[in-house]
Ligand binder design. Structure first.
Ligand SMILES: Cc1ncc(COP(=O)(O)O)c(C=O)c1O
Length: 390
C-alpha cells in the first residue's frame, strides 16, 4: 500500500452532516453567542438586527424565490417533511393516493407509512434504475385519487439528481409535489420556481454548511397545508388562534437564532465560492476517488457515475460495518456504513445488506478522496487474499 496515513482523520461523511464548517460560519455563530440575545420581531428588541429576516432574504435569493415570506424555518428536513406531509393530509379527510420513490429517505417514507397504516393514504413507490426514476413510470402510476407526490431531489445513497421539472410535468398541475432537497441544496444550483414544485425542503447542516437543527421549506400556497404546530409567534399575541399569514402560520416558538445565523453564513460562503467552482470540485472528488476503485475487482461499486460526490461501495467478503470500523480505526477514514436511513434503495442495490458510503464536501481535499480510494482498494485486496483473516 503506497498511501501513508495522514496526520489527521479524514472526514468523508458529509452526506450525514458536513464538517468542517467554513471559518465565516464559526465566526458568525461565535459573534452571536458572545452578545446578549436579541429577540428581533418581539417587543423587547425592536432595534436589533433581525437575523431571521436576514436569513429569509438570503435563502429566498439563493433559491430564486420571489416571495421571502414563503420561506419557513424549521429544525431541518425531517421536521419540514413531517409538517408538509401531515399538514397536507390533515386537509384531506378521505383516503388518497401518494407517489414516492425507492430513493427516498425515511424522513419521507416514515410519515407516509404512518399515514398508510392509519388508512389515510395508499402509497406507490416508484423503483429507480441506476439511481434515476423515470417520468414515464411516474405518469403511469397516477390514479384519479392521487393528490400528493414526494420526490427525492438528490439521493443520499446513489448521489444521483432527479429531473424534478420533468417529473413535475409528468405529474400534471393537480398533484401537490414536494421535493426533498436535503442532499441537492448547496451542491447544485436550485431555482425553486423553475422546478415547478409546490414545496421544496432543505436542510442547513449538510451542504449549506450551517449547524445541525437548521433548515426549512418553501411553499407556494400555504393554504394547501394545515399548520401542525401552534404556539407563540411574538405577533398578534391576544389571539388564541395561530396566525394564518406567512411565516407565522408555520413558525412558532423561539427561533434557533445561532443556527439560523450559521445558515445565512453558510449560504453566503456558497455564493462567494460560486457553483462553477463547487461543481468542478465535486467532479474532481468523483474522478480521484473512482480512479483506483473502478479498477478493483474486489470492490462493488453501486453508483459509478453519480451527479453528486456520494459513493456507495462494498468490499467483497467483508461486512460494511466491519469495513467502516477498520477504515476508521486503522486508517483514520470516517465514513457512514449501513442503510443510510434509505432502506428501499438498499433493498434494490445491496439486498438490504447496506454498504459503505463515502461523501466528501467542498471543504474536502480531492487528495483525501484519492487516499480513501487507494486504502479501500488495498484493504479489499488484503481481505480477498487472506480470506478475511485480517
Ligand atoms: C435525502 C435526505 N432527506 C432528509 C434528510 C433528513 O435531514 P435532517 O437531518 O435535516 O432532518 C436527510 C439526512 O440524512 C437526507 O439525506
Amino acid at each position: 500500500m503506497n498511501a501513508s496515513r495522514p496526520s489527521r482523520d479524514i472526514y468523508l461523511n458529509n452526506a450525514a452532516t458536513s464538517w468542517p464548517k467554513p471559518d465565516s460560519v464559526i465566526r458568525a455563530v461565535e459573534q452571536y453567542l458572545l452578545q446578549p440575545p436579541g429577540e428581533s420581531g418581539r417587543s423587547t428588541d425592536a432595534l436589533s438586527e433581525d437575523p431571521v429576516s436576514n436569513a429569509r432574504e438570503t435563502v429566498s435569493r439563493f433559491f430564486s424565490c420571489p416571495d421571502q415570506d414563503h420561506v419557513v424555518f424549521t429544525s431541518g428536513a425531517t421536521e419540514s417533511l413531517n409538517m408538509l406531509i401531515h399538514g397536507f393530509s390533515a386537509l384531506h379527510p378521505d383516503p388518497f393516493h401518494v407517489i414516492t420513490t425507492d430513493l427516498d429517505h425515511n424522513s419521507v417514507l416514515r410519515p407516509l407509512t404512518t399515514l398508510a397504516d392509519r388508512n389515510q393514504v395508499q402509497l406507490s413507490v416508484i423503483p429507480s434504475r441506476n439511481g434515476h426514476v423515470s417520468a414515464g413510470d411516474i405518469r403511469d402510476t397516477i390514479r384519479d385519487d392521487t393528490l400528493l407526490a414526494v420526490i427525492s431531489h438528490g439521493s443520499n445513497v446513489m448521489g444521483t439528481v432527479q429531473k424534478i421539472r420533468e417529473i413535475r410535468s409528468a405529474l400534471g398541475d393537480e398533484i401537490f409535489v414536494i421535493a426533498d432537497g436535503a442532499q441537492a441544496a448547496g451542491q447544485v444550483p436550485v431555482n425553486i420556481p423553475a422546478l415547478g414544485v409546490d414545496a421544496y425542503v432543505f436542510t442547513g447542516h449538510k451542504y449549506l454548511f450551517g449547524m445541525p437543527g437548521t433548515g426549512g421549506f418553501w411553499i407556494r400556497n400555504p393554504e394547501e397545508v394545515r399548520p401542525v404546530f401552534q404556539g407563540g409567534t411574538g405577533t398578534d399575541s391576544a389571539n388564541l388562534r395561530q396566525p394564518s399569514q406567512l411565516p407565522e402560520r408555520f413558525e412558532s416558538g423561539t427561533p434557533n437564532y445561532p443556527g439560523i445565523i450559521s445558515l445565512t453564513a453558510g449560504i453566503s460562503f456558497i455564493q462567494e465560492t460560486g457553483f462553477d467552482a463547487i461543481v468542478s470540485h465535486a467532479q474532481q472528488c468523483i474522478d480521484t476517488f473512482y480512479e483506483p476503485i473502478l479498477e478493483s475487482e474486489d470492490i462493488v461499486c453501486y453508483s459509478p457515475s453519480p451527479d453528486l460526490p456520494v459513493f456507495p461501495v462494498n468490499i467483497r467478503g467483508i461486512e460494511p460495518d466491519m469495513a467502516g470500523f477498520i477504515l476508521r480505526t486503522s486508517y483514520g477514514i470516517i465514513t457512514r456504513t449501513g442503510l443510510h436511513c434509505s432502506p428501499l434503495i438498499h433493498d434494490a442495490i445491496t439486498g438490504g445488506e447496506g454498504c459503505i458510503r463515502i461523501s466528501p464536501s467542498l471543504l474536502t481535499d480531492p487528495g483525501e478522496c484519492r487516499y480513501a480510494g487507494e486504502i479501500l482498494c488495498a484493504l479489499a485486496k488484503k481481505v480477498n487474499m487472506s480470506g478475511q483473516n485480517l
